[in-house]
Design a protein around this ligand. Structure first.
Ligand code: IZC
Ligand code: ZN
Length: 426
């Protein structure tokens, strides 16, 4: 056997079960682990996985000694608002004073503040800023992600954001899926004329599809934003035009977003903090993935988290994402979200790893390409500074990635220790 690249001396190789469907309920508890493993790669694809001792005799052009560390599939972040202008630290004190997220939005801040900054920014500025955040995500182990528009709320700026995503796809050798979220908020000029606004956003869909600017369409279905009926109509129109569907569902109030997602066979229903029992039951009977965003609940300072245990126990497919955005969750670190899932959602380590790999991939239509290390798939993987997979959610708030690979190519590696400048530390 001869491989282009052989990763050997792997302490634990994490192998989520591959499936043409997301892992649902009890299936999320399964996680195959090979101790003392090796990984063979040819033409950027996984061509062999097995015990290290069997690999000893294999030939390879290049070898990586994993030094007993954990190796996992590249992480998948299925919900990000990566492209935006400005930032919102000026609203932090309002939040601390107890002003609710939807109240800040109703006063013209929140999403609308980022819309103003995003309109002002040039395409190049947005690209540079998004690149900075994206590189930070990659350095934390992400090799596949979803990126939404939604800070334009007009044709010109929404298309500008989507073009930035397209340029990120061209520049970075990773997998990016883009989502049109033109229905993210109601622009002040359209207050009371929400249907007119949604009609304008619907009219953009043909152009977005023909220019291959987005694969998915999403809507913020929430009190004071868009109603269930408006969301159903908008998403049905998008579905008819061939888009995959996602919904910001039941984040703050239980409007029935989970039920709507299941009935439209959406790829995902996201947030779900306030999802009803009925909504969870309908999700568990569908192939819609519940994308949970505990970083947002944490960052908004709330006590009640999405009911992940109930969802998993009833058979729902659960994924996890950062929701990286400048208002309600300002972190690129998906590992931090894994820790929050353990602490706040009471998910087990096995469920968490499945939620940031195979199920996250299914939530963005990449289940057949990303999220597992099965033979024939792109060799997207992370070498971790850990000797067992439970360590990563356990040790929170820092970056455990040692090196990150996409299609067998190294994207990032941390600096070796010993770089602190001891001589100038007086
Ligand atoms: O910028 O606040 N929830 N959309 C819906 C967001 C959070 C992003 C933001
Ligand atoms: Zn979001």
């Amino acid at each position: 056997m001869k491989y282009d690249l052989l990763v050997h001396n792997i302490g634990q190789l994490i192998l989520p079960k591959s499936s043409s469907q997301p892992l649902k309920g009890q299936e999320m508890k399964q996680l195959d682990i090979i101790e003392n493993a090796a990984l063979g790669i040819t033409d950027g694809k996984v061509t062999w996985v097995g015990p290290d001792e069997e690999a000893a005799s294999f030939g390879s052009s290049e070898r990586i000694d994993a030094n007993g560390k954990v190796v996992s599939p590249g992480l998948v972040d299925p919900h990000t608002h990566l492209v935006f202008g400005g930032s919102r630290e000026h609203e932090h004190s309002l939040k601390q004073a107890g002003v609710p997220y939807l109240e800040i939005l109703a006063q013209g801040g929140g999403i609308l503040s980022t819309v103003t900054s995003t309109k002002k920014a040039s395409e190049e500025e947005l690209f540079d800023k998004a690149s900075f955040h994206l590189e930070r995500m990659i350095s934390h182990g992400v090799t596949t992600l979803e990126v939404k528009s939604g800070y334009g709320l007009d044709a010109e700026t929404e298309l500008k954001q989507l073009r930035v995503v397209k340029k990120l796809k061209e520049k970075y050798p990773i997998s990016i899926v883009s989502t049109f979220l033109g229905a993210h908020a109601v622009p002040p000029a359209y207050k009371g004329k929400e249907n007119e606004f949604l009609k304008e956003m619907t009219e953009l869909l043909d152009e977005i599809r023909d220019a291959e600017l987005a694969e998915f369409v999403d809507i913020f279905c929430e009190t004071g934003v868009f109603t269930i009926d408006q969301s159903r109509q908008f998403l049905q129109d998008a579905k008819d035009k061939g888009f995959g569907l996602k919904i910001h569902a039941d984040e703050i109030d239980p409007l029935g977003g989970a039920e709507l997602a299941a009935s439209l066979n959406a790829a995902s229903a996201d947030h779900l903090v306030a999802a009803s029992d009925e909504g969870i039951e309908q999700l568990s009977r569908s192939d819609t993935v519940a994308v949970l965003l505990p970083g947002t609940t944490f960052y908004l300072g709330k006590d009640h988290y999405a009911r992940a245990r109930k969802m998993i126990d009833e058979g729902t497919a659960v994924a996890l994402a950062t929701d990286f955005n400048p208002g309600s969750c300002v972190t690129e670190n998906l590992q931090m979200i894994m820790s929050l899932a353990a602490l706040k959602l009471k998910m087990s380590a096995e469920e968490i790893w499945n939620a940031v790999t195979v199920n996250a991939a299914h939530a963005i239509g990449k289940g057949m390409d990303a999220g597992t290390l099965e033979i024939g798939k792109a060799a997207n993987f992370v070498v971790w500074d850990a000797t067992n997979y439970k360590y990563i959610p356990y040790h929170f708030g820092v970056n455990h990635a040692h090196s990150v690979y996409h299609s067998g190519n190294k994207l990032w590696e941390r600096k070796p220790y010993g770089e602190i400048q001891l001589s100038s530390a007086r």
